[in-house]
Ligand binder design. Structure first.
Ligand code: G3I
Length: 626
């Protein structure tokens, strides 16, 4: 680690010097430069009465056994809106192409592909826009190409001469600036590619009647598998590209079902029903235009209903087997799973199998504290209620992280950040310390090279931000388990070594730390099991615990679920061998909602069927002795 104890002191002296000059952010109360903001004046406001969740009507969710609460007001925007394109950007001309050059490629003998004759375009809503993309390559071959993202209703049509035409009819919803990007692939090496954007300025016509009134649509709904006699809720969103809010209707409402408009979001309607027969069911949803009621569209949504037997599994639940081995086994919970069609079987599967749970997203700062003094506690409160109902330990995640930070923190003055960090820990642990016994106090502090990752926290407090976060967390709870949680430390390397050096330095300074979270986002090709065992031993040698916090095993190209199962089994075995290994949590429950769902990384498939990996974990937990 570059910032050793000695050089850190030097850094601290330098920082104090700059701080006195008001040149850098200063942790702690500075009393020299009147322009330096003092901590007292920047304290983060505590939650107000508007942040107290209210009980949600049961018609909007499928929770079983606990009352769901929701935010009292509209959802607060959590992060800076996407970087807006401005008139100045548009007038500046075609954006510069972005060229990706793969390692080892000689650009002197192979020039990057490029596009002929493109320029920024201005169009009036209602007009049909056509832009021809002609990729060229100096070596003569025709490059391939693909669009980065098509706007709703846009098409990218092949002209069968090497060029393609982007066709799009912007409507009221599209007024403003649109950035459309196409990437061309070098004919020799497709990793050598040029991404070219075109800026499109869309304005309203003077005569609005020239804009066609198009039929409203239903936002995409993915297929779900549910259990017979479980309540099912679909959050249905109507979309009207003319910028109005369509009305949703269900001509053939399931018996006993309901369709109710969300009291906070006009475009959302919640369909709730309880299927009492098994089979695949299709339900027509009609979207009706709010200007011309005769203008409608119908979309069929599908749900597969299985019997109770369809979800039964052989053998003991994982949580019982794990308990016999003095470890806990759990998962990261999908935020607001009780608002998903399969929320009931999701909850039932989790309750049967797991005794420790982490909120996947609801405790991230940009969601939890999107504005000074504003908090969105409902989703986390609901998870606490669910965990208590099923006697699950709650693993809080995360307190201090470099990602998912709200705009008001990202834009805060450097000198105010220590106060904001410690206040945030105060507010969140103040509400949840009684319910949550394990805390990822600092998440992902390490860079790949073993130094501390740059972040707004490091910028404002130096390496001591970690000390301060852990000390503040300890002051909020004398017996909480305080962790540093990290990824890519399951094998030998600079990152793990740097983390161990950090742990050593924290221990020298008597900073409270109870353990290390190994995230273990693995691929099925992982085979560094000896390294993992050795790294666990290194942590244990420091007399602190090991938590496997975010385990998933993504299937690489051609890999089998048997190989995936073997990796899971090996990781469980290594945990069981190590007395200091306290818990094994997968990062999600079902492939349906995994952040890496395209790699099918978890123990349950999209229909909540146990995969070979589930059986492998069950067997490994059941084997006593080695
Ligand atoms: O909730 C908003 C929704 O309102 C909005 O419409 C939508 C589209 O913008 O975004 C939704 O928020 C997304 C959130 O997941 C909930 O789905 C964020 O954009 C998206 O960035 C966020 O991704 C999460 C990611 O952390 C970043 O927070 C993943 O689900 C989550 O699995 C992942 O988990 C992290 C751990 O916290 C730390 N370790 C690594 C792990 C994987 O990256």
């Amino acid at each position: 680690m570059q910032k050793s104890l000695v050089s850190r002191n030097l850094l601290a002296l330098l920082a104090l010097g700059f701080c006195a000059l008001g040149m850098v952010g200063c942790g702690g109360n500075s009393n020299s430069d009147p322009d330096t903001v003092t901590n007292a004046s920047v304290s983060t406001p505590p939650p107000g009465p508007d942040d107290t969740p209210i009980v949600e009507q049961a018609i909007f969710n499928n929770a079983v056994g606990f009352p769901v609460v929701r935010e009292p007001g509209p959802r607060l925007s959590t992060t800076d809106e996407a970087i807006e394109i401005t008139e100045a950007d548009f007038m500046r001309g075609l954006p510069t192409a972005v060229i990706q050059v793969p390692d080892g490629l000689d650009t002197a003998t192979n020039q990057a592909p490029f596009f002929e004759g493109l320029e920024n375009i201005e169009v009036v809503a209602g007009q049909i826009l056509e832009v021809v993309f002609k990729p060229r390559d100096a070596e003569g071959e025709l490059p391939g190409m693909f669009p980065e993202k098509l706007p709703q209703g846009g098409t990218f049509d092949d002209n069968f001469d090497g060029s393609k035409t982007f066709r799009f009819q912007p409507l009221q919803n599209d007024v403003g600036f649109l950035k459309f990007t196409v990437t061309a692939l070098d004919p020799v090496n497709p990793q050598y590619r040029t991404s070219q954007s075109v800026l499109i300025k869309i304005t309203l016509p003077t005569d609005l009647s020239t804009i066609p009134n198009v039929a409203p649509m239903l936002d995409d709904v993915i297929a779900h598998t549910v259990r017979v006699n479980d309540p099912v809720v679909f959050e249905l969103k109507g979309i009207d590209l003319n910028g109005t809010v369509p009305r949703l209707e269900v001509p053939n409402l399931p018996v006993g079902g309901s369709l109710v408009q969300d009291p906070r979001f006009d475009e959302i309607y919640v369909l709730k029903f309880t299927p009492d027969t098994i089979g695949v069911f299709s339900i027509d949803i009609l979207a009706r235009d709010s200007v011309d009621p005769a203008l409608t569209s119908t979309t069929a949504i599908s749900v597969t209903v299985l019997s109770e037997l369809g979800f039964q599994r052989e053998g003991e639940p994982l949580r019982s087997l794990a308990q016999n081995r003095d470890v806990q086994i759990g998962f990261a919970a999908l935020q607001s799973f009780y608002h998903r069609p399969d929320g009931a079987i999701y909850a039932a599967t989790a309750a049967r199998e797991y005794d420790i749970v982490t909120p996947e997203n609801s405790m991230k700062m940009d969601y939890l504290n999107p504005a000074p003094g504003r908090y969105q506690f409902a989703a986390t409160d609901n998870l606490v209620a669910f965990a208590k109902l099923h006697d699950m330990t709650i693993h809080a995640h995360p307190l201090v992280w470099y990602r998912q930070l709200p705009a008001w923190i990202l834009n805060s003055a450097v000198a105010t950040r220590e106060t904001h960090m410690t206040d945030y820990i105060d507010r969140v642990m103040g509400r949840y310390a009684q319910d949550m016994s394990i805390w990822d106090v600092v998440n992902e502090p390490m860079a790949d090279n073993g130094t501390l990752r740059d972040s707004i926290w490091l910028e404002s407090m130096g390496a001591e931000y970690i000390d301060k976060a852990l000390l503040k967390a300890r002051s909020m709870s004398a017996d909480a388990t305080l962790l540093i949680n990290e990824f890519d430390i399951g094998f030998a390397g600079a990152k793990f070594s740097g983390l161990m050096q950090l742990v050593d330095e924290l221990q020298v300074r008597d900073v409270p730390l109870d353990g290390v979270g190994f995230q273990l986002h693995l691929f099925s090709s992982f085979n560094q099991f000896d390294d993992l065992r050795a790294n666990f031993a290194e942590v244990a040698a420091r007399d602190i615990d090991i938590y496997i916090t975010e385990l998933d095993v993504s299937l690489t190209e051609g890999a089998t679920t048997a190989r995936q199962a073997e990796v899971y089994a090996q990781v469980v075995a290594i945990c069981l061998e190590q007395a200091r290994c306290k818990a094994i949590q997968t990062w999600g429950l079902t492939d349906q909602y995994s952040f890496r769902s395209i790699f099918d990384p978890l123990l349950f498939d999209r229909a909540y069927q146990a995969k070979p990996a589930y059986g492998a974990v069950q067997n490994r937990l059941a084997i006593f002795g080695n």
